[in-house]
Design a protein around this ligand. Structure first.
Ligand code: HEC
Ligand code: HEC
Length: 216
């Protein structure tokens, strides 16, 4: 896919951003749950995502949620619920959460800041930094930093990648087209990453994932 197609997808991002801003404005007045109910949900999320939301390297990697952008977190919960994003665990977890509960959970995890779990092969980090900062212009891969931010902290619908588990990042980029944007009638923000994920080789992905794994 060409850069022009990436631009075509951008209005979707803007729509998603203004939609979640409206949802947050609602949250202020209409909490439909008690503090205890929120804490019970948080404790439940942490049984898989780690006590500080730092993620967990298990048989399937469970992503870090700590420090993640609230808009991105809310977008993903909605994507699981609406089956635009395919995952056998997270549909069951998410579809029972009210919109206000989703917003409260997103805020909780956004505010956490544990150290990255680490564990990626250190010898790939230097090559990965180059991928992140420069991309591959000849292969239609813009610098990751141009969207995810120079320190990989993300912004709004663009996720934080800093400190994310390398094995999670690797799996997501390799399987992008079969997991994200699964409702052709309702294209979403995942369309922006699709050509980029597609145009990266597995060794380029392993390198950039190792670099991101150690970023704080
Ligand atoms: C049974 C384990 C389990 C529980 C409990 C769980 N999750 Fe997850 N979660 C996962 C797995 C596994 C993934 C990775 C899915 C994938 O690979 O696409 C995930 C992914 C996510 C993502 C996407 C993150 C990203 O970077 O795109 C969000 C957001 C999320 N979970 C939020 C929550 C919240 C909020 C709760 C509590 C209400 C929760 N999860 C409870 C297993 C769990
Ligand atoms: C044109 C902007 C853009 C560029 C350039 C870009 N990304 Fe993304 N990326 C996004 C958006 C938007 C999302 C969120 C997609 C969604 O909502 O499903 C995303 C999501 C991701 C995710 C999923 C995060 C998660 O927690 O599941 C990973 C991993 C990722 N990008 C890695 C990269 C890497 C590595 C590069 C550079 C090779 C890169 N991105 C370049 C816009 C971009």
């Amino acid at each position: 896919m060409k850069v022009s197609n990436i631009r075509l997808a951008l209005p979707t991002v803007i729509l998603a951003i203004s939609f979640s801003a409206a949802a947050r404005a609602e949250t202020a007045n209409t909490a439909d749950f008690s503090k205890q109910a929120l804490q019970a949900k948080i404790d439940y999320c942490k049984t898989c995502h780690g006590v500080s939301g730092q993620g967990f390297h298990g048989s399937t990697p469970i992503p870090r949620l700590a420090g993640q952008q609230t808009e991105y977190l809310e977008n993903q919960l909605k994507a699981f619920i609406e089956r635009r994003r395919e995952n056998k665990y997270m549909y069951n977890v998410a579809h029972v959460l009210s919109p206000t509960m989703q917003a409260a959970l997103a805020k909780h995890f956004h505010d956490l800041n544990p150290k990255p779990l680490g564990g990626a092969p250190k010898e790939l980090v230097a090559a990965g930094k180059k991928v992140f900062e420069e991309g591959f212009p000849d292969a239609q891969v813009p610098p990751c930093a141009s969207c995810h931010g120079p320190e990989a902290k993300g912004d709004g619908a663009f996720p934080r990648l800093a400190g994310q588990l390398h094995d999670y990042i690797f799996n997501k980029l390799v399987n992008w087209s079969s997991e994200r944007g699964q409702d052709a009638a309702h294209p979403d923000t995942s369309a922006i990453m699709q050509p980029i994920a597609h145009n990266l080789t597995k060794s380029q992905i392993a390198a950039v994932a190792a670099y991101l794994n150690y970023q704080e």
